[in-house]
Each structure stands twice: as structure tokens, then as C-alpha cells.
Design a protein around this ligand. Structure first.
Ligand SMILES: [Zn+2]
Length: 339
């Protein structure tokens, strides 16, 4: 069956624009949560995972970065065809393409950065140069990296927020600052490869399974890199959340609050509360088994609760009820080693 169309951005009430968007000199595809159909025919549901083979043609002075491993790059006159394959199941919104006047950095490394040729310096190195160490650290905590390779695209335009796609993350050049506000998001997007991309929610109401986990990964990296510990960051954000409105239900925030910062922070705090309750050993076993058991497919909050109870052998219903299904902010529990 043949399809044809002119890609563009999709506007939906209550949600940010999504899909194929033009940059100053290139294209970005930011499809979460509903933008995939702006460039290919699909049943755009996170549970509709499939393997992909994609070929894109672009003028030869542009670099085309896509989700998946490189199969072939063939130049035909002034046009180059780029073919990529994603052999692991992928949700439609995670199939991205990024086009710009980029060059590939360190193509032999585990993490390849695709960036404008003029982008370099201490800030760039501090933001993006520690990703191989980040990768090693996350593998030690979450289990093996779930895909064949990892690419980070840095666009020439500044971007308000970075974005995860399967095996590829996208940042604006404003994130090459080396500041923690940028580094934390480099860690955040990488961790989405385990939490969001390998294990994908079945329904968008469970968005905390992506964003809470990625936010907690930031705190883990903070501690690993010699900055504030996860416990310090948890205490800080618990304090901050206690001063904000209590109208967000973590287990079902609704489309308007789906990407509200409270989903991220309360989601991360839920994991920290679980960690304090079951102890480090069981907590990281739960995270690794989550990816091992559900990687390549979809999962729900109920699946996570059942797995946590199974591994810890503890009744966790009250804990999850209060964090996920209550509006008030529970206190952080005492550490399991202190009980
Ligand atoms: Zn995220």
C-alpha cells in the first residue's frame, strides 16, 4: 500500500504541538504524545509497538539522524538516502527523525553525538562528554542498555526542553552549558531508554512510569557524580511540593497536567519512598526486573506495584495508595535500615 502526504505539526487542544516541525535550517520530530501520524501512517498508541525499517532521502549537505541502527547510507547525486532499522519493538511516538547541518562526533563510541560543526568547548564537554560514564552507571543500576546504540542530536536552534526517542535523544544547543540544569536532563533522557522506551506505558495516564523514573535517575546521577545525594534532592523537592497545589493525581493526572513538573517530582519521590521502605537491594532488583520482564513491551502502574510486592515480599498497598492515588503529600518514610 502506498501513502503520500506533506508532513507538518499537529495541534490538539490541551496538548502542546507535536510532530514534524521545521527548525531554522532543518527538521525536528517531537512526536510525544500524539505527533507520529504527522509523518507516517500508524495507529498512534504507545501499546502498538512494532519493529521499523525507515529510509529517508535528503539533500547531501544535511545529516539525517533516526531511531535505530545504521543499515545503509547511499549518496545519489545531490541527494543521500539514509536507511535505519529498529529491531526492538518501538512505540510510534518514539520513532524520530532529526535533520540538520550536523556532523557525527566519536562515531566509534557507545554514545554518538550529532551536532553542528561549530559547537564545542568546556560547556559542551561538561554537558555531553560524560555520557559514556552515565551509560555505565545506569547499566549497573537498571541492567543492560536495551538497544543497539545511542545517539544524541544537538540542534543548532535552542530548544525549550529536550526530548527522548527510541535510541536517540534531542537537545538544543542551549543545553551545551555544562550546568546541572542541563546535565540532569542529559541523564534524564538517557534513562528514558530503559523507562519509557524499553518499558512503555500502556496508557498515558501512567506517565509517571516514564517521568518519575527519569527524574529519579537524575538524582541517582547527581549522587554518583559527587553532587547532592538522591536523599538530599528528595528532601528538597518534598519540601518544594509541600508548598504547591494538591490537585494532581499521580496515577491519572489527565491530559492537561500530564507533563506538569509535579508528575516528575512526585513520581521520583514515590520511587524514593519505595526505596526507603524496601531497602536498596530490593529497590534496584525491582528496577532491573522491571526492564527485564517488561522491556520490549508495555506495562501499567498495577504491574509495577505487583512486581515491587513480589520482589520485596512486603505489603506496599498503603504506600502506593498514598503516593499514587491520594492528593495530599505523604511524608517520606523512615529508611528500612532505621526501622
Ligand atoms: Zn522525560
Amino acid at each position: 500500500m502506498k501513502y503520500a502526504g506533506s508532513p507538518g505539526v499537529l495541534k490538539v487542544r490541551d496538548l502542546d504541538d507535536a510532530g514534524w516541525e521545521e527548525l531554522t535550517d532543518g527538521v525536528i520530530v517531537a512526536a510525544q504524545p500524539h505527533g507520529a501520524p504527522t509523518r507516517f501512517p500508524c495507529n498512534d498508541r504507545p501499546s502498538n509497538k512494532a519493529t521499523y525499517a525507515i529510509t529517508m532521502a535528503a539533500p547531501s549537505d544535511y545529516y539525517v539522524a533516526m531511531s535505530g541502527r545504521s543499515v545503509e547510507t547511499r549518496r545519489r547525486g545531490s541527494v543521500t538516502e539514509w536507511t535505519r532499522e529498529m529491531p526492538q519493538p518501538m512505540a510510534p511516538y518514539l520513532a524520530t527523525v532529526q535533520i540538520g547541518r550536523y556532523e557525527a562526533r566519536d562515531p566509534a563510541n557507545d554514545v554518538v553525538v550529532i551536532a553542528p560543526p561549530d559547537l564545542s568547548g568546556d560547556g559542551y564537554d561538561a554537558s555531553f562528554g560524560r555520557q559514556p560514564a552515565m551509560m555505565e552507571f545506569f547499566e549497573s543500576k537498571f541492567g543492560p542498555y536495551p538497544f543497539d546504540d545511542y545517539t544524541v542530536v544537538v540542534t543548532d536552534d535552542p530548544l525549550e526542553i529536550p526530548l527522548e526517542s527510541q535510541s536517540l535523544s534531542t537537545f538544543g544547543r542551549n543545553f551545551a552549558s555544562g550546568e546541572w540544569s542541563a546535565v540532569r536532563l542529559v541523564a534524564h533522557e538517557l534513562s528514558h531508554q530503559w523507562f519509557g522506551n524499553a518499558v512503555t506505558l500502556s496508557d498515558w495516564r501512567d506517565i509517571w512510569l516514564h517521568e518519575g523514573f527519569a527524574c529519579y535517575a537524575e538524582w541517582l546521577w547527581s549522587e554518583e557524580s559527587g553532587l547532592d545525594s538522591a536523599a538530599t534532592r528528595a528532601a528538597h523537592f518534598h519540601d518544594k511540593l509541600s508548598g504547591l497545589d494538591r490537585d494532581l493525581l499521580l496515577a491519572d493526572p489527565g491530559p492537561a497536567l500530564m507533563f506538569d513538573d509535579r508528575v516528575y517530582k512526585r513520581g521520583a519521590l514515590t520511587l524514593h519512598a519505595l526505596r526507603l521502605t524496601v531497602g536498596d537491594h530490593d529497590f534496584f532488583d525491582i528496577l532491573r526486573e522491571w526492564v527485564e520482564r517488561f522491556g520490549g513491551g508495555n506495562a501499567t502502574t498495577a504491574d509495577f506495584e505487583a512486581l515491587a510486592a513480589e520482589i520485596s515480599g512486603e505489603p506496599l498497598g498503603t504506600l502506593f495508595d498514598s503516593w499514587l492515588r491520594g492528593l495530599s503529600l505523604p511524608a517520606l518514610p523512615p529508611s528500612s535500615s532505621q526501622r
